[in-house]
Structure formats: C-alpha cells, structure tokens
Design a protein around this ligand. Structure first.
Ligand code: NAP
Length: 282
C-alpha cells in the first residue's frame, strides 16, 4: 500500500527506539485492515519530549505509542488521562482527538490478555511478585489490582520508586496489601509461596539471571513466570523456570496485546492478531 496525501501517521516516541518491534507489527495490522495509516519510530531525547508531543498535535498524527523513558513524564504534557493511565501514572498510548491529546495505558490490559492465553490464574487468590517498579511494573500491578489481586509484592533496586508505586495503590486500591523488598533481601520463601512471578525490570539479556533477584531453585510446576522483556531468544530467567517445570510467558505476547489495544483506541477497530503475531515472529 503506498503513501499518499491522505496517509495518517502514528509514531512511537522513545530513547532509544531502534530496538522496537512495534512498527513491523503495527504496519502489518494496518495493511491487513486496509487502513491508510503508517507507524514510524521517532527518536526523542528526554529534553525534547514537550516539543515532540506538540508535534503530534501540530502535524495531526492520529496518535502515538510511548516507550522508555517517556511513559511517566509524558503524563504532564497531555490534555486528559483516562483511568488506566491515571491509575498507573504512566502512558503508553496517546490518542489525538482533533487536537486534544488523550493519554491511555494498554500495557496492563495487554499483560492480562497475554497471561490469560498462557495460564489459568485466579487473580483474586494468587500471590503475585513483581520485580521492578517502573512504568511497565506499575501498569501490570494496576491491572492485577483491578482483577482483584489481594496482595502484591514489589522487589525493586530503588526503594523510593517502589514506595511511590505503593502510594498510588493506597489511593486507588486501599484494600490491597503491598509489600516492598529490596533485591538483596532474602526472598526465597516468598518465591516459594507465590503463584505468579513477573520480571518487569529493564535488565538486558546480558547478565540477566544474575541481575534478576529471583531464587530459581525455588520454582516448581505450580509457578507461572513472566519476563516482559522482548528479545529474539528466550530470557534466561524463563529458560531456568521452564527447566523447573514452571509455566512461562515471554514479552512478545504482552507486546502483541498492548499493541492491538492501541490500534483499537486509534481506529475503533480490532486488528487481526494472527497477522500481528506473524509479523513479530518473522
Ligand atoms: P522503566 O520505567 O525505566 O523501569 C525500569 C525498571 O527496571 C525499574 O524498576 C528499574 O529499577 C529496573 N532496573 C533497570 N536496570 C536494572 C538493573 N540493572 N538491576 C535491577 N533493576 C533494574 O522501564 P519500563 O517502561 O517499566 O520497562 C521495563 C521493561 O519492560 C523494558 O525492558 C521494556 O522494554 C519492557 N516492556 C515490555 C512490554 C511488552 O509489551 N512486552 C511493555 C512495556 C515494557 P530502579 O527503579 O531501581 O531504577
């Protein structure tokens, strides 16, 4: 499908943005849907974020995705946040409605849909551990709280960031118990007694297992282990968890479903998941 005078643009704002798989996945969906929309990577330095957001409005982009490190700071630059974004304090999707910029967050819903395809979990009873307290961790934690999780443990390198997340919960989910640990504390028993364990840190593939504070020897076939990083090969944590018999989920499933939810926000239509999945796996 060619680009012409009526082509609408959507971008992904990030720094760095070269690693992103979203353009491949989203453009495949737009093409299959017969929509004259193109999705482009947009490298935006933190100091240029206000100008980039103004550009979305000025150039009449249909909207944008937002990734590291802009998900939290972009909140202050938009006209309106929906409940998913205001609860998470983070935005991954901007919708431009005739110059009014709305912030949404589809990461949490994407995670819940992906995990629903992987394992049968009663969120109202499951003990959950989340490694990380950044934008992705926040969105997932909010989505789990909305599903009725009674207790969430956050393990994060920087205590203050975890405390900030806990404050968000005190406001919106007062009945939810939030426990905070630092990575150097002994959390082995906690791992044993949890059902769902999620690595939502941005620890890269190199040195991955060493940097992820999880005692994999405690894992069994009762555990569901997720690592939301998306990379060509399976994250070392998932390889180790699989060896222990745990059910595992990688980041591509969440990427797929958060992206599909973003397309729904921009177009009002449901994109073909199989086309998007094929584009990611090709
Ligand atoms: P972020 O806001 O920058 O948060 C990063 C988190 O990782 C923080 O909790 C940070 O801890 C922790 N961290 C970073 N380096 C670490 C290290 N060396 N050791 C221990 N902890 C470390 O990033 P984000 O937006 O939440 O994204 C996190 C990851 O999720 C990224 O890899 C991103 O690509 C991925 N992601 C995937 C999807 C998907 O659809 N699959 C969606 C969103 C994000 P501190 O607080 O101590 O700095």
């Amino acid at each position: 499908m060619g680009i012409n005078g009526e082509t609408r643009l959507v971008g992904i704002l990030g720094h760095p943005v070269t690693h992103t798989l979203s353009p491949r996945m989203q453009n495949a969906a737009f093409e299959a849907m017969g929509l004259n929309i193109r999705y482009v990577p947009l490298h935006v330095l933190p100091e240029n974020l206000p100008a980039a957001v103004a550009g979305i409005r000025a150039m009449e982009f249909l909207g944008a995705n937002v990734t590291i490190p802009h998900k939290v700071p972009v909140c202050d630059l938009l006209d309106h946040l929906d409940i998913s974004a205001s609860r998470a304090g983070a935005v991954n999707t901007i919708v431009n409605r005739d110059g009014v910029l709305e912030g949404h967050n589809t990461d949490g819903a994407g995670f819940i849909r992906a995990i629903g395809e992987t394992a049968d979990i009663d969120f109202t009873a499951a003990a959950v551990v989340i490694l990380g307290a950044g934008g992705a961790a926040r969105s997932i934690a909010v989505a789990l709280a909305e599903k009725g999780a009674p207790r969430i443990t956050i393990i994060n390198r920087t205590r203050q960031r975890a405390e900030d997340l806990k404050s968000l919960f005190n406001r919106d989910f007062p009945a939810l118990e939030v426990i905070i640990h630092l990575p150097d504390e002994d959390t082995s028993d906690l791992i044993s007694t949890s059902r769902l364990l999620i690595n939502a840190t941005s620890v890269g593939m190199e040195g991955h297992l060493k940097s992820v504070p999880m005692d994999v020897d405690r894992l069994t076939n009762d555990h569901v282990v997720c690592d939301i990083v998306y990379a060509a090969q399976e994250a070392p944590l998932l390889v180790a968890a699989r060896e222990k018999g745990a059910t595992v989920m990688g980041g591509l499933a969440m990427l797929l479903h958060q992206g599909a939810a973003s397309i729904h926000l921009w177009t009002g239509e449901d994109p073909p998941l199989s086309v998007m999945r094929n584009a990611l796996e090709s």
